[in-house]
Write a protein that binds this ligand. Structure first.
Ligand code: AQP
Length: 331
């Protein structure tokens, strides 16, 4: 068989917390929509997750859960490589090499995600959390990635991966392909239901912040009904004046496959309560269907898929790593 001429996409999600519809609409649905047109590699990034404390008894269960969510979202492991980051040692090895020769402390000090996550003054923050973007650069660069489909909070990290690749290529020899982020026009930043000024996030304490993909559909309906809305009563997309309703309109639009302008028309003269009730039903329908697919996949099947994925990922990653080491002068 000849070499694939398709471009490569690579992306991953941490097995930390419970995945929510922000992760789904901003990242995983995007993958599922485009992955068959690419040479696709999807990773469960457990080495990223341990940069904040995780329960050792639960971590591998979470890895399986995330991989199952990829599969339930429509990723076919015959057509894409699906694997667990810690099964491919080249990720940490390349991370170290990039740390040593290409990454600068000043690069990492600019990362807004680190600033946000360390802003409460906790002195026990791990060095790994600071170095997280270099490991992410290693993840991406190992696979000669062209495109990285992510939500917009990860844009800065993908740009750093590109900058590190450029610096390495300039200082040594042309080893790395320069990756580009792929961010959706709509859905790249789903906001918190309880606070539409901030993105929906796994690590926010209140469960009212997010609809989790494995939420009981009845609980999810209640969360939609409780979602923060704005002053006034008009159902109109206007992020500055109506962040709450605008966020709900985006979720509705993406789950129902309807344009926002058509939704605005449909709800002209109607109240927030009626709009939310309909959205709650759409969310419940989506979750019921998603969870049916999720529950049909066994843990054993996932473990086999991850093992097979690692076997397919290792040769690609090792070949890049060998080129990097040679360029640096390590043999
Ligand atoms: N609110 C969001 N809207 C759209 N996309 C989002 N993503 C995350 N939140 C939203 C995208 O989902 C993927 C998950 O990446 P991650 O597991 O590395 O974690 P993250 O980006 O830090 O996401 P979370 O959910 O906010 O987790 P915590 O709270 O653990 O930090 C990425 O593609 C991300 O852009």
């Amino acid at each position: 068989m000849g070499k694939s001429t398709k471009k490569r996409i690579f992306s991953g999600i941490q097995p930390s917390g419970n995945l929510h519809i922000g992760n789904y609409l901003g990242a995983i649905k995007q993958w599922a929509d485009i992955y068959a047109d690419y040479d696709s590699v999807f990773c469960v990034v457990d080495y990223h997750a341990i940069t904040v404390p995780q329960d050792p008894k639960n971590l591998q269960k979470k890895v399986i859960e995330i991989a199952k969510i990829y599969l339930a979202s429509g990723i076919d492991p015959e057509k894409a490589i699906v694997f667990q980051q810690s099964h491919v040692r080249a990720h940490v090895e390349l991370c170290w090499l990039l740390n040593a020769v290409s990454a600068r402390i000043s690069d990492l000090q600019k990362m807004t995600q680190f600033k946000d996550k360390s802003s409460d003054g906790n002195i026990n923050i791990s060095a790994g959390l600071f170095d997280y973007p270099v490991l992410m650069a290693a993840d991406i660069l190992l696979y000669n990635t062209d495109v990285v489909p992510v939500g917009d909070d990860q844009l800065q990290h993908v740009e750093l991966a590109r900058d590190l690749a450029k610096r390495f290529n300039h200082d040594y020899t042309n080893v790395f392909k320069l990756p580009e982020a792929k961010i959706l026009k709509q859905g790249a930043r789903i906001m918190g239901l309880d606070n539409p000024e901030k993105k929906m996030s796994k690590s926010v304490k209140s469960e009212l912040n997010r609809i989790e993909l494995l939420d009981d559909p009845k609980v999810a309906m209640k969360k939609i009904m409780k979602a923060t809305t704005d002053l006034g009563s008009e159902i109109k997309f206007d992020i500055a004046a109506k962040p709450g309703i605008s966020n709900l309109l985006v979720i509705y639009s993406l789950l129902a496959g309807m344009e926002i302008k058509d939704l605005e028309k449909k709800y002209t003269g109607k109240l927030y309560g009626e709009f939310k009730k309909d959205l709650a039903e759409i969310v419940a329908e989506f979750l019921t269907d998603f969870q049916k697919k999720y529950n049909q996949i066994s843990d054993k099947a996932v473990l086999d898929i991850l093992a097979d994925g690692a076997c397919r990922a290792v040769p690609i990653a090792e070949a890049t790593l060998a080129r990097v080491k040679k360029a640096i002068g390590i043999s």
